[in-house]
Design a protein around this ligand. Structure first.
Ligand SMILES: Cc1cc2nc3c(=O)[nH]c(=O)nc-3n(C[C@H](O)[C@H](O)[C@H](O)COP(=O)(O)OP(=O)(O)OC[C@H]3O[C@@H](n4cnc5c(N)ncnc54)[C@H](O)[C@@H]3O)c2cc1C
Ligand SMILES: NC(=O)c1ccc[n+]([C@@H]2O[C@H](COP(=O)([O-])OP(=O)(O)OC[C@H]3O[C@@H](n4cnc5c(N)ncnc54)[C@H](O)[C@@H]3O)[C@@H](O)[C@H]2O)c1
Length: 455
């Protein structure tokens, strides 16, 4: 049986664990699909490249609002898709080739599963190899969930893995689910000319966001898309290209394509973890401690396969921690999940960090809330904005920020000073008054909201 010092399962964020400091070791990486994992190939990066093009198209469409005459002649989907994936595919190939050329890394292009605590079987097409390792990192990520009515139908459907590479935008795209992926792809495909129908089981889109943000986004979406909220899909039939979606209120919807976006599930169920004695939570996430150690000695996990925050910046941070801990077992670093921000790159962008108002109310916390409309600062005038806002929640007695929520253009960027303040424990008065805030930048909406909070 081949022995390695370290084996990493999954070349998404797992690939980032193997830095130059591992050069003296015998390292292996097992990847059954594509180097770069979900983020590079099927997730963050291509979806944001598409979202940016959608934003450009929307800007042209809305130009008359700024007394600019412009006409959108079209969004060239095939060229856009090919430009995006030419870059992505080249990066994937470069990442794989770099590892294959390395003199200390063995690449196994196959599927790994556990035979024992630190023993793996790797399926390589018709062959398989068994390997053992002193240390193993599980970075196997997750995959889209597919609900029973869709799986049982035998009809074609899209997921985030497939929809970005389709040849033509659907004329009428049904999206099952109303979370991150639905919001982002509704924006992209609406800009590409698709009619969008969203079916969401909850009464609002982006339900886990702060209640005012979820409400504001849902109100905006209602004007752009056909929404079926509080509804479930009971049956899918029809034929490819002419799907019939039957909902639990008796409605039947037609669509030429269906995007399933009802959440993701960790790939832990395909690893035979029980053979190694590695524990999982009820939702399938691998149990890890603050050092990213699983319940088996020498086996670490990181990213979507274990994280309560299935986000790339979290997986990246966990990869850094694991890289350190593999090399320094007597000086372990802990992962900090105290202040985890997130953004939905839809139109308008939504960004958040910390508690929502409903979280604080449910927890019985004493808090104060403040909000400022983009329309109340000079840059918001320039943008003729009427719907965007920044909302902050702070501890009533200490002035410390408890949560920040922004819906509006550039929300993902605007939230960063608030993330820094929370991570470094800077109180709202200091943050509002100590640094200069550039006038008349859009960041003034953050400063103005901070100034409303009690010192
Ligand atoms: C459409 C979409 C958009 C997203 N946008 C954002 C965003 O804007 N910002 C953000 O922060 N996050 C975003 N995310 C989430 C982000 O992509 C994930 O949190 C992140 O990629 C997880 O990284 P990971 O390394 O844990 O898993 P992955 O990147 O999924 O990597 C796991 C790898 O392991 C391989 N693998 C799995 N099992 C095995 C096995 N048994 N043997 C061998 N190989 C195996 C897989 O093939 C895969 O390559 C998005 C996700 C999606 C789907
Ligand atoms: N910008 C980003 O950071 C980004 C973008 C895309 C995806 N992601 C990551 O990917 C994950 C998965 O995204 P997602 O949009 O699939 O999941 P999600 O958890 O964001 O949203 C899923 C939605 O589907 C609804 N739903 C569940 N079952 C349903 C059913 N049977 N019928 C109708 N609605 C149903 C849920 O109520 C929820 O609103 C996200 O949680 C996030 O971690 C992040």
């Amino acid at each position: 049986m081949r022995h390695h010092d370290v084996v990493v399962i999954g070349a998404g964020s797992g690939n980032m664990v193997i830095g130059d400091s591992f050069a003296g070791l015998d390292v292996a990486v097992v990847e059954e699909r594509r180097f770069g994992g979900t983020c590079l190939n099927f997730g963050c990066i291509p979806s944001k490249m598409l979202a940016y093009a959608a934003e450009v198209a929307d800007t042209v469409r809305g130009a008359t609002r700024y007394d600019v005459d412009a006409e959108l002649l079209g969004l060239r989907w095939t060229e856009l898709r090919d430009r995006v994936f030419k870059r992505i595919d080249a990066d994937e190939a470069r990442g794989r080739a770099g590892r294959e050329a390395s003199d200390f890394v063995t690449v196994y292009p196959g599927h790994a599963r556990f035979l024992g605590p630190r023993r793996l079987q790797i399926e390589l097409g018709a062959e398989s190899v068994s390997v053992e390792a002193d240390q193993i990192v599980i970075a196997a990520g997750g995959r889209p969930l597919v609900p029973p009515p869709v799986a049982a139908s035998g009809l074609p459907y899209e997921t985030s893995d497939t929809i970005m590479r389709i040849d033509t935008p659907p004329r009428r795209l049904a999206i099952l689910g109303g979370g991150y992926i639905a919001a982002e792809f509704a924006h992209v495909f609406a800009a590409a000319g698709s009619e969008i129908v969203i079916i969401e089981q909850a009464d609002q889109l982006l339900g886990p966001q702060d209640e005012s943000v979820a409400q504001a986004y849902t109100d905006l979406a209602r004007h752009r898309f056909e929404l079926h909220l509080g509804r479930e899909l009971t049956k899918l039939d029809g034929e490819p290209g002419a799907l019939l979606l039957h909902l639990d209120d008796g409605t039947t919807l037609t669509a030429d394509a269906l995007l399933v976006a009802v959440g993701r599930t960790p790939n832990s169920d395909k690893l035979e973890l029980a053979e190694a004695g590695i524990s999982t939570h009820d939702d399938g996430r691998i149990v890890v401690d603050k050092y990213q150690r699983t319940t088996v000695d020498g086996v670490y996990a990181l990213g979507d396969v274990c994280s309560a925050y299935p986000l790339k910046h979290v997986a990246n941070r966990e990869a850094e921690v694991v890289a350190h801990n593999l090399r320094h077992p007597d000086d372990l670093r802990a992962t900090d999940h105290e202040v985890v921000p997130a953004a939905v790159f839809t139109d308008p962008q939504v960004a958040s960090v910390g508690s929502t108002e409903q979280d604080l109310r449910d927890a019985g916390r004493s808090y104060v809330a403040a909000s400022t409309r983009f329309a109340d600062v000079a840059y918001g005038w320039a943008m003729e904005d009427t719907t965007s806002f920044c909302k902050l929640l702070a501890d009533r007695s200490t002035g410390r920020l408890l949560g920040a929520h922004i819906i509006g253009p550039q929300a993902a960027t605007l939230i960063q000073p608030l993330v820094v303040a929370m991570a470094l424990d800077i109180d709202t008065k200091t943050l509002a008054e100590r640094p200069y805030w550039i006038h008349p930048a859009l960041t003034e909406v953050v400063k103005e909201t901070l100034r409303q909070l009690p010192a």
